[in-house]
Design a protein around this ligand. Sequence first.
Ligand code: PHE
Length: 337
Amino acid sequence: MEQDLLREATEEAEAAEDSRALYEVKMKFLGRAGKVTALLKSMKEIAAEARPAFGKKVNALREALEEKFAALEEKLKKKELEKKLAGEEVDVTMPGRRHVAGALHPVTRVKDQLIDLFAGMGFEVFEGPEIESEYYNFTALNTPADHPARDMQDTFYLTGEFLLRTQTSAGQIRVMEQKKPPIKILSPGRVFRSDDDATHSPMFHQMEGLVVDKGITLCDLQGMLDEFAKKMFSETSKTRLRPSYFPFTEPSVEVDVSCAACGGKGCSLCKGTGWIEVLGAGMVNRRVLENCGVDPDVYSGFAFGMGIERIAMLKYGLGNIKLLTENDTRFLEQFKD
Ligand code: PHE
């Protein structure tokens, strides 16, 4: 009887292919409901004098099986570990995985450079809303409804009163309403105009600057712009102010920077003039100060506004503004550090 069980268990155990199957065989014989365990339990049905001999035999069987299972288990575990390690082998000759790093868009780069540059002169950043009311975009900037200057900027109206801002100058009003002078802010953001050709896009970015304090003059503006031109274009860059017109500045100027490509001698980029127009600026109009509750007899200020795409095009020698919105990675990849 025990010999049969021993043979049966040994055969099944040896046939087990992995440690899990082996465990099941072990339970079948040595588990709580196992065959060998049942044999031990059946002792009480055996005549008292036959019990010790029977018990001895069954115990010997159990011990033999336990040994057998332990030996087989060790063998299977070893095999399984070897298999696992073989599967995890590292091939050090395999080529590595490349991590492709992204890069900042040229408009973002120029914007960040401008913020850096002006922050160094003490400017703080203020961002206004892209949807503006007529009041902030035009009226408070001394451009009432019937003013011909409204035609200078082809506007996308959303309703009779609300529009997509055509200029970050709208932020000047918001800042002066919230803050008392001295004011020194920089306002970057997207602006929108119904305009579309090689150098104009219906959406572009501007960087606005506003300084209001006692005794601010046009000289302060030009001194600061010289610094800007040197840092943004080249150490030898110079600026030139030309009379111009904006309703919200008086006097108003167009600011040219000496052409960095030819050093001012005249080339195809500057169309032979030696100068390139980069921004609009001027002394804040008294009317605008009044509209914001700032006393123009005590305070004066200057403002400037530039197109970030335009600066990027000049800096990187781009012929078409569309390159900046097409997101062609062959173009964008050239702007990695
Ligand atoms: N807002 C003007 C424009 O969009 C630029 C400007 C800003 C001019 C500030 C003067 C002062 O053309």
